[in-house]
Design a protein around this ligand. Structure first.
Ligand code: NAP
Length: 267
């Protein structure tokens, strides 16, 4: 019997990461779930195993911490049936850069940038050595925030821009080398998850029209992955928004983002 492919998902204890676990298990992947809350990952594993006969391992750890990050990278590098990495763990901060404690900004960079870089390096090395059959590669969960900047959200936008640029660059390098490995930058807009609870954000300040479900976002990502799409922006309204953000001059974008930030702060 051929081995099932293995998907490694970071930030799998809730939201978009947990939904990746459900949808990848339904497609026949074994799973390695990584995040800090072990209890949440255990109950997710039980929920998935009630429906799908796949193997699920859990690796509790803080990926902003060097030792935990190296440990997961080693696991990926040394696992023969590894096929897909989803770099999804992330969080937001809310406040002017100068007012937010620098440690939380450093943690964000370690998680969004260093973890993505180190785990992707391990993933590409493992895929190059083992050459699994079927779709394989890396999905980096960036954001529509990758396409612009927003006051009170500067490090978040900057790290997500880095994730999108890094993904795009690697997709080009892999194509140049004739590799079948796929890279995707998933760029969602507002998605229902615990993200906004962690941020203590009032969801009511954002019109209902903008909200998407994690189920929809992940289904769009996996559909795009099967088709080899490098950038996936779920939702027609967000695709239009990104086109506009790319088309209008930076000075207009700055003016608009200040107005939006004022509205959000009032709400
Ligand atoms: N929701 C949105 O509107 C939205 C929009 C665009 C992009 N995104 C991106 O989508 C990704 C998933 O977010 P979500 O919306 O699903 O939010 P969420 O429900 O809060 O999930 C975040 C996940 O990241 C994990 N995580 C956070 N810090 C971690 C750390 N130091 N080490 C390991 N795991 C860590 C959390 O698990 P533990 O707390 O158990 O560690 C959790 O599983 C994030 O990268 C976010 O930036 C979200």
């Amino acid at each position: 019997m051929p081995e099932r492919p293995l998907a490694v998902i970071t930030g799998a204890s809730s939201g978009i990461g947990a939904e990746f676990a459900r949808q990848l298990a339904a497609r026949g992947y074994d799973l390695l779930l990584a995040a800090r809350r072990e209890d949440r990952m255990r109950s997710l594993a039980a929920e998935i195993n009630a429906r799908h006969a796949v193997d699920i391992e859990i690796m509790p750890g803080d990926l902003a911490n060097d030792a935990d990050r190296h440990h997961l990278a080693e696991y990926i590098r040394n696992t023969r049936h590894f096929a897909l990495l989803v770099n999804n763990a992330g969080f937001g901060t809310n406040g002017f850069f100068i007012d937010v404690d620098v440690e939380s900004q450093l943690r964000m960079h370690r998680l969004h940038v260093l973890a993505t870089l180190e785990l992707t390096h391990a993933a590409l090395a493992s895929l190059a050595a083992n050459k699994p059959s079927g779709d394989c590669g890396v999905i980096n969960v960036a954001s529509v925030a990758s396409f612009g900047q927003a006051p009170t959200n500067v490090s978040y936008c900057a790290t997500k821009t880095w994730m999108a640029s890094f993904t795009n660059g690697l997709a080009t390098e892999l194509a140049m080398r004739g590799s079948p490995t796929r890279m995707q930058a998933l760029c969602p807009g507002y998605t229902m998850s615990e993200f906004h609870d962690v941020l203590k954000m009032n969801r009511g300040a954002i019109p209902k029209f903008f909200w998407m479900s994690a189920e929809f976002v992940v289904a769009e990502s996996l559909r795009g992955f099967e088709r080899g799409r490098v950038f996936v922006i779920p939702g027609r309204h967000y695709k239009i928004l990104v086109l506009l953000m790319r088309a209008i001059p930076d000075s207009w974008l700055r003016w608009f983002s200040i107005r939006l930030a004022h509205r959000r702060r009032k709400a």
